[in-house]
Design a protein around this ligand. Structure first.
Ligand code: AMP
Ligand code: MG
Length: 424
């Protein structure tokens, strides 16, 4: 049974319950568009790529040398050369057993040829006979030659008509190369989600402005901008909003007109929550969640407008913003992008120090992991773990994820970590 995100109420949710509810909300990906292959890097493929050709197109030589038609078990070590095939050309004739041609790497094997011998194993000779000058090769260490060696079969990489890449693949350089090898010049990709972001808080000040005595510079909009850009979203930056019902409602209404998702930070902690909740209730349906996670409580989640655009009200603390984005916003955006099976990458490492956590909630600590000379991963924290200490994210190369069932981790025990990667 799946939970609607609006039926969850004020109960404390497990991380998995919250992720399930999110999946319910965005079952389909966004529409697709065609972009040139070189512009498709980091985009998500919208449909399977089926190969229209065999790759490689022809059975071809994997080495420079000779291609020959296997002579049988007659011990033949000397071969008459019938011509040469260079990459990009073809040999028109057919080789009979015991005949050979010189060949370069990648050139198609002549008909009848089945074996390639590399040039380092050959002695070349010319011989005059009644028919003129003939070219020959003598094979060294002929007992090492195996029938069929050094040959790349047509279609051995990708046979014609088979799936070369699956829908939902985020295109890396190797994927671009592979699509190009099929002759494609465009890729059908999921369009970029448009994500509106704003910060809230009377104390929150835009960098570049004078910092008031009780002010704090707005870091959240910039870390969110970076995370969203790396994920392939178009960011609509709506700036900073004072803790004011009318402003917040106005911004939300504006955002629902042009965004596929709206993310705010701040203004969801006790006291301010009522204000945000009221503004959100006016423009959409809101569920406030208490997820058993640290940092990252509370988190507002719901939909806005008649098109039910997903909304996240992230906490205000800069580390909590990044952690909740990575754990909850990211999976939903990836679903919208068609990456339906996405999971964070996880590794296991030995804790080099005792780690604090509380049973019943997932604790995310900022960590630094490294490999020892025996190939084992070790991890320690970056030190102070306050959810406002953004320098702990800067010093880290992973999040240490301590499962809800564990009360703490002793030195030498293993822990799960999520290495920083694509986004961080
Ligand atoms: P709030 O959830 O609004 O109570 O904010 C929690 C903490 O995060 C407070 O110390 C805020 O000053 C801080 N905070 C809120 N928004 C931002 C922001 N955009 N950039 C940096 N810090 C913020
Ligand atoms: Mg605030």
């Amino acid at each position: 049974m799946s939970l609607s995100c609006f039926e969850l109420g004020e109960r404390m949710l497990s991380v998995d319950e919250a992720l399930d509810a999110l999946r319910e909300l965005a079952p389909n990906s966004l529409e697709s568009e065609s972009v040139s292959l070189s512009a498709s890097l980091d985009r998500v493929l919208a449909e399977d790529a089926i190969s229209p050709i065999d790759v490689p197109q022809n059975t071809n030589a994997a080495m420079d040398g000779i291609a020959m038609s296997w002579p049988g078990d007659n011990g033949q070590t000397r071969f008459a050369l019938q011509g040469e095939v260079l990459a990009g050309s073809r040999f028109d004739g057919r080789l009979s057993p015991g005949q050979a041609v010189t060949i370069t790497t990648g050139a198609p094997l002549p008909e009848g040829a089945d074996t390639v011998i590399m040039s380092e194993q050959l002695l070349w000779a010319q011989e005059e006979s009644q028919e003129g000058v003939g070219r020959w090769v003598e094979v060294q260490q002929a007992d090492r030659v195996r029938r069929g060696q050094n040959v790349r079969e047509a279609g051995e990489d990708i046979p014609r008509g088979t799936k070369a890449l699956s829908a939902g693949t985020r295109l890396k350089p190797q994927h671009l190369g592979l699509l190009a090898s099929l002759g494609m010049i465009e890729a059908r990709v999921v369009r970029r989600p448009r994500v509106a972001i704003f910060s809230t808080g009377d104390e929150v000040t835009a960098p570049g402005e004078t910092l008031p005595a009780a002010g704090i510079f707005d870091s959240n909009r910039f870390s969110l901008h970076g995370l969203l850009t790396r994920l392939g979203c178009e960011v609509i930056d709506l700036g900073i909003l004072a803790d004011d019902f009318t402003y917040i409602r106005g911004a939300l209404e504006e955002a629902t007109q042009k965004a596929d998702m709206v993310i705010t930070s701040g203004g969801v902690s006790v006291g301010q929550a009522d204000l945000t909740r009221k503004a959100l209730d006016d423009t959409g349906r809101l569920g406030f969640w208490r997820i058993a996670i640290r940092p990252g409580r509370p988190l507002a989640f719901g939909t806005l407008g008649e098109h039910e655009i997903p909304f996240f009200g992230l906490p205000g603390n800069p580390v909590a913003v990044m952690v909740t984005f990575l754990q909850f916003v990211q999976p939903l955006l990836r679903t919208l992008l068609g990456e339906h099976q996405w999971q964070p990458r996880r590794l296991t490492a030995i804790a080099d120090e005792p780690l604090q956590s509380r049973q019943g909630r997932v604790d995310f600590l900022r960590g630094v992991y490294a490999c020892d000379d025996q190939g084992r991963l070790h991890v320690r924290t970056t030190g102070r773990q306050g959810s406002g200490i953004l320098s702990s994210m800067v010093a880290a190369n992973c999040l240490i994820e301590i499962e809800a069932a564990r009360a703490g981790v002793a030195q030498g025990e293993t822990v799960t970590l999520q290495p920083f990667g694509e986004l961080t």
